[in-house]
Design a protein around this ligand. Structure first.
Ligand SMILES: O=C(O)c1ccccc1N[C@@H]1O[C@H](COP(=O)(O)O)[C@@H](O)[C@H]1O
Length: 206
C-alpha cells in the first residue's frame, strides 16, 4: 500500500518525515488552509529524494498558476480538491501525475467519476464537508463497495493511528494508498514523526 503524507510546510519537519520514506509528500498551495506552504523555499523540495513524489495540493486554482508552481517547485504530481473539470485535469496530466479528490458521503454518486476516468491517474476519496479538505473526519468506507472503475484510489479523511488497523483490512481491487494528514500532527503543518513512524511500520508490515 502506498503512503502519502500531506500538509508539510516546515523545513526541518519535511526532512525528518522524508527519512521515513513516504511514497508521496503533499504540499498545500491553498491559501485558506492552515497547512498552506506560504513562502517555503523551492530548494526545500529539491533536496528531497527522487523516490518521493512531490505533490502540490490545489483548490480551484487558476490553471496557469498551477503550471507555474509545478515548475517553480518541480512538482511531480498535483492533487485537486475543488470542482476542477476533466479537461482541466487532462491538461495538467500532460505534465504531471494527477490525483482528483472527491468529498464522499453516503449519498455520493460514483457515476460522476466516469467522466474523469481517462483524465486522471488516481482518485482520492476524502470526507465530504463544507471545507475542501483537511477536516480530520472519517466517512463510512462501506460506500467504497459502490466504486467499480479501474482507476486506483487513495483513501483519505481523518485517517489516524486509531483507525489504520481497520484501513489495513479494507479489501478493494482499486485501493492504492492512504493519505495521512491532520490526525498525525502536533499543530497544523507540523507532523508527529514518532506517530508517523508507528503508522508506517503498521502499514508496511504484512
Ligand atoms: O489539509 C488541508 O488543510 C487541506 C486543505 C485543502 C484541501 C486539501 C487539504 N488536505 C487534504 O485533505 C484530505 C483529508 O485530510 P485529513 O486527514 O482529514 O486531515 C487529505 O487528502 C489531505 O491531503
Amino acid at each position: 500500500m502506498k503512503i502519502k503524507v500531506c500538509g508539510m510546510k516546515m523545513p526541518g519537519n519535511i526532512k525528518a518525515i522524508a527519512g521515513l520514506e513516504p511514497d508521496y509528500m503533499g504540499f498545500i498551495f491553498y491559501g485558506k488552509s492552515p497547512r498552506y506552504v506560504g513562502s517555503l523555499p523551492a530548494n526545500e523540495l529539491a533536496a528531497l529524494p527522487a523516490s518521493i513524489v512531490k505533490t502540490g495540493v490545489f483548490v480551484n486554482e487558476d490553471l496557469e498558476t498551477v503550471k507555474q508552481l509545478i515548475n517553480q517547485y518541480q512538482l511531480a504530481a498535483v492533487q485537486l480538491h475543488g470542482g476542477e473539470s476533466p479537461e482541466y485535469c487532462a491538461e495538467l496530466r500532460e505534465q504531471v501525475t494527477v490525483l482528483k479528490a472527491f468529498g464522499v458521503d453516503e449519498t455520493f454518486d460514483f457515476e460522476v467519476l466516469k467522466d474523469y476516468a481517462n483524465s486522471v491517474d488516481y482518485f482520492l476519496f476524502d470526507t465530504k464537508t463544507a471545507a475542501h479538505g483537511g477536516s480530520g473526519q472519517v466517512f463510512d468506507w462501506q460506500v467504497l463497495d459502490r466504486y467499480n472503475l479501474e482507476v486506483p484510489f487513495f483513501l483519505s479523511g481523518g485517517l489516524s493511528a486509531e483507525n489504520l488497523p481497520e484501513v489495513k483490512q479494507l479489501k478493494h481491487p482499486a485501493f492504492y494508498g492512504v493519505d495521512l494528514n491532520s490526525r498525525f500532527e502536533i499543530e497544523p503543518g507540523l507532523k508527529d514523526e514518532e506517530k508517523l513512524r508507528s503508522a508506517f511500520t503498521l502499514l508496511r508490515t504484512n
